[in-house]
Design a protein around this ligand. Sequence first.
Ligand code: AMP
Length: 212
Amino acid sequence: MLLGAPGSGKGTQAEMITRHFGIPVTSPGAILRREVELGTLLGIETAEKTKHGELVPDKIIIDLIEDWVRLHGAAGFVFDGFPRTIPQAEALQGILQRHRTPLDLALWLDVSADTIKDRILHRLQCQSCGFTTSEGAAGFSERAICPYCDGHLIRRTDDDASVLETRLSEFNSKTQPLADFYGKMSTLRKIDGNRDRDAVFADISRLIEQPA
Ligand code: AMP
């Protein structure tokens, strides 16, 4: 699982892990954005929370993950942005026990406040495939088109300064305690997430190949 503040690179690293190792990834945030776009009941129910940067109720997220693990879990998994609260982490233990699947690694991407601000306020994301880049990245400033699928690169609506404040406060109060939770289970590995995506991925790859 990938844990860390907004802008710590969880989505980017999840995508690199799935491309390189072929491990299926799930991201509640990406699922919810798609549900909102499609105007489904789930999207309508959660839109107010996601729009304002608040976490959606645990029960909704746990049900999403339980369904996903039932469908894909046997092939291994990468969780991007799950769990984000202690009740979610506790529910996950039950889900994994029922599916007889161990949790190998909890990867914590450590980032500074400056990195978070810089990434979030300049982030562009592909509307079709979710590829993430920055406004300043070479080649994207004039033609905001995804290099992988030709989709439109857009700003996420929750990537704005005032919503970011709420997202950070949710992170500090509800997600930060997971560092202790997984630290006690000795599955936690902290990684310096302030570096570029390839340097971070090199560390993650080493841990995946040799988790002990
Ligand atoms: P993300 O794409 O991971 O930044 O998530 C975007 C938004 O989706 C968050 O700000 C929350 O509103 C919601 N969300 C994503 N994952 C979770 C989670 N594990 N628990 C509660 N809300 C979540």
